[in-house]
Ligand binder design. Sequence first.
Ligand code: ATP
Length: 304
Amino acid sequence: MSNVVECRDLTKTYGSISVVDGLDLTVRAGQVFGFVGPNGAGKTTTMRMLVGLVHPTRGQITLNGRPLPDPEGLDRVGVMIEEPSFYGFMSGRTNLETLARCGRRLTAAAVDDVLDRVALTDTADRKVKTYSQGMRQRLGLAAALMRRPDLLILDEPTNGMDPAGLRDFRTLLRELAASGTTVLLSSHLLSEVEHVCDEVAVPNEGRLVEQGRPSELSTARAQVHVTVAADDRALAQQLLADWPVRVDDGGDLIVDVTDGRLVNQRLGTAGVWAARIEAVRPSLEEVFLDLTSIQPCVSERAIG
Ligand code: ATP
């Protein structure tokens, strides 16, 4: 699978502050790739650099095999960064037709097609100033799709979308990926990212702190919860001391290892029989909060 986006040592400095700091990023063809970070992590700045709106202080960007600033790298890239702007006094359709006239190879049929893909056909002839935020986002997405991009770069695309809009958006992204379009999106909606992205990268303060498949990120942080009889607890703790282990408020041992079989074997060999051994995976939200050093406010856990 070829690499559609490659960033090496990408850095943007404002004054003395590096808002993007030595970022290495690879997005492969046909992936839906999520960029998930807290406010100010550098997501928008990175995306702006990818499409030539911000000049990097240092580092290289290659799009579709062409190093920027070669404009051909941007030839088949659809972009929606921050709030899309449209003429409020024109209808959604007229806005897209105006854009189509500025582009190459674009026809009225292409406008109809993208309006249909983002479920705006019925409201396409209303003035954009009467659109809700979610409808404007859809129109922005339609504009980004109009050139049939190989690569779609979307900054917070689901802002303001209702649950049906989110579901349709997720389906659309998976359809695009299945037909070979690569998608790089940023989002704060971890549940969305978890369901739609093949891979996620987590930037914090301009640096990448984690990258991987959503399921891998949580599986790699699984802990094994062990319930033993109170009389066996001290011995069990001793037997498991090769790993970081603590006792929680309910008396269970929480072992910092991902594979429950190792724990089972260690206890069983010494004749200590546990009533329960369970690998517990954190949710992606807990992983995210942990990585970005924010205290979790939810304790909901996915059992694995
Ligand atoms: P959010 O999730 O809130 O949109 P983000 O991850 O997209 O955040 P950026 O918008 O890339 O973050 O901003 C990263 C940092 O860079 C922020 O601290 C922001 O204030 C700073 N920044 C962005 N543009 C400029 C600029 N033109 N001059 C100075 N600082 C800037």
